[in-house]
Design a protein around this ligand. Structure first.
Ligand SMILES: [Zn+2]
Length: 82
């Protein structure tokens, strides 16, 4: 009985996911897996004072604050403009 409910929910969820994927609408959720950013240079930049921190891995990143503002995540292709 319970398993039937679980299966029904699962099918509904899969259907909704497929519909969203097909319509290409409204998924602003970024994958939260740790992302290897070796090909990109990712920096946390303070817009107030210009302080930059190099980030080597994203995913579980907590955006720190600097000068009372959340720091901005800036991605730059590795090697470009360097
Ligand atoms: Zn700052």
């Amino acid at each position: 009985m319970l398993s039937a409910i679980v299966v029904a929910v699962l099918i509904a969820w899969l259907g909704l996911t497929a519909l969203r994927a097909a319509s290409g609408v409204g998924l602003d959720i970024e994958p939260q897996e740790p992302e290897d950013v070796d090909d990109l240079e990712v920096y946390l930049v303070c817009r107030e004072c210009g302080t930059e921190f190099r980030v080597t891995r994203l995913g579980e990143l907590q955006i720190p604050r600097h000068c009372g503002e959340r720091m901005e995540v800036v991605r730059r292709p590795a090697g470009a403009g360097a």
